[in-house]
Design a protein around this ligand. Sequence first.
Ligand code: C5P
Length: 244
Amino acid sequence: MTLTVKERLVLALDVDDGETALGLVERLKEYVGVFKVGMQLFTREGPEIIRRIRERGSKVFYDAKYHDIPTTVSRAGRMAVGLGVYIYNVHTLGGYEMMVETAQATRREAGKSGGEKPLILGVTVLTHMNQEILKEVGIERSLEEEVIHLAKLAQRAGLEGVVSSPREIRAIRAACGADFLILTPGIRPPWAEENDQRRRMTPGEAIKSGADFLVVGRPILQARDPVEAAQRILKEMEESIAKC
Ligand code: C5P
């Protein structure tokens, strides 16, 4: 998949209401290829917000992070096809069977409806987690081993890629090959605040490490000039590609 830098930049619409979200889409759609709708916005606005972003000609990553029994998640995946999302995600910790059934049901539904099949990504380990938090939930493996284990499981189950922190991109690339998609949040340009991101990287470093999609929220949302912030990030991505 050859994508432009714009197509690789995902803006997290972590805002409270649809009006603010759509205002950001209008303002930034020239610079941002994909808009992420997560639980905050979805809980307020429901699926309608996804339709309204699509009406404006933009792609949507529905950050659903599904984690339930295989039947339930695969049915939800079918509904995501109807919504016309470009990407949606599931927790790899839901297991192999859940991911296989979901990938198959999504493919079947897209075939039946003639719609585009969404890319399904598996969430590996959330970026705020560290070794201590993994231990707290009973995982003794090293964080990197856990991420690689889950990425390989997702690949075997037929998902198109994974969501991981920037720190694990290289190891996933090495383990899963060039065609497996990696989407990474935890992006902090050198000029932005760190906030609560623990395993972070600059846009340039993430691209150099092999990420396909970069999810950026607060560095753009909280910038004095969000358009300028997006442009700076695109430029940093481009410079990094030129150096590769
Ligand atoms: O930190 P930022 O505002 O750029 O977050 C963008 C997205 O990254 C959020 O919507 C969230 O899904 C994800 N995130 C994360 N880990 C954090 C904070 C945010 O993965 N610690």
